[in-house]
Design a protein around this ligand. Structure first.
Ligand SMILES: [Zn+2]
Ligand SMILES: [Zn+2]
Length: 265
């Protein structure tokens, strides 16, 4: 009846403790008749030794009770398991931090120590800026993975709160999305971002070449090609192809050149 960590290194279990801190020999789901659950507490212990020999009522929590005073075993176990999960998460973070510290303490640190103070400070500043960039890139990448990591998880990884990381990185995320990879229909000379679904329509030229595109870039491509055709991508007949056709009617070929010159003059 144990909890096993993802890396199989920790096996946790709940343990019942009375108010004097004496460990009881029955599991939480088998409170003997006659024992008052309000006079018992529960603690998480781990096979790695964490809290195994703890005395007193340190880190114990009360049983979760139903309105009628009986024990809600499931809620109690969930609450106590959370304490054990924190222990596992903390150790994982600590070991990641330790290997990072070892890495930094290696040859680069030895070299750093031989530098003149001002040179050392400049180097420290560059390392810090470099770490900021690595941090930002990692956050953006985490947010872009297909499952998309939550701000809460990113906050835990950075040792801070969900609110703090959101405040710090939402602008960078917004920018990354705006500057992200564009649809196939976007011309390399055209600086504008995509609009909506990057594979909304298929634009085909008269030789049969084709590109998937967002409505914005597809319209610009359509206006530029000779005898083009535009089709919905897949079987979604959502009017996007027609929208491209109408937008293109208002555009000149190579509209980005025209806009650039217009802006310059
Ligand atoms: Zn453990
Ligand atoms: Zn596009």
């Amino acid at each position: 009846m144990g909890w096993i960590s993802d890396d199989m290194q920790h096996e946790g279990a709940p343990r019942v403790v009375d108010l004097l801190g004496i460990v009881q020999d029955f599991p939480i789901w088998e409170i003997p008749a006659g024992r008052d659950p309000e006079k018992l507490q529960v603690r998480a212990v781990c096979g790695c030794g964490w809290h195994e020999n703890e005395t007193g009522t340190v880190d114990c929590i009360p049983f979760v009770l139903f309105a009628d005073g009986t024990v809600n075993v499931e809620a109690t176990e969930t609450a106590v398991r959370r304490l054990w999960q924190d222990h596992v998460d903390m150790l994982a973070l600590a070991s990641a931090a330790l290997s990072a510290a070892e890495m930094l303490a290696g040859p680069p640190m030895a070299k750093l120590k031989t530098m003149e103070p001002l040179e050392r400070l400049r180097t420290v500043r560059h390392v810090r800026l470099g770490l900021d960039v690595i941090e930002r890139e990692a956050v953006i990448e985490a947010r872009r993975t297909p499952g998309q990591e939550s701000w809460a998880k990113i906050g835990v990884a950075l040792g801070t709160t969900k609110q703090a990381v959101y405040e710090r990185f939402r602008e960078a995320e917004r920018k990354a999305i705006a500057e992200g990879p564009r649809c196939q229909a976007a011309n390399a000379e055209d600086p504008t971002p995509c609009e909506g679904d990057r594979e909304a329509v298929r634009v085909v030229d008269k030789l049969g070449g084709e590109a998937l595109g967002c409505v914005h870039h597809a319209a610009r491509l359509y206006a530029t090609l000779e005898d083009p055709r535009v089709y919905p991508n897949g079987d979604a007949n959502n009017g996007k192809a027609l929208e491209v056709y109408h937008r293109a009617a208002d555009l000149k070929p190579w509209p980005w050149d025209y806009e650039k010159n217009g802006a310059d003059s």
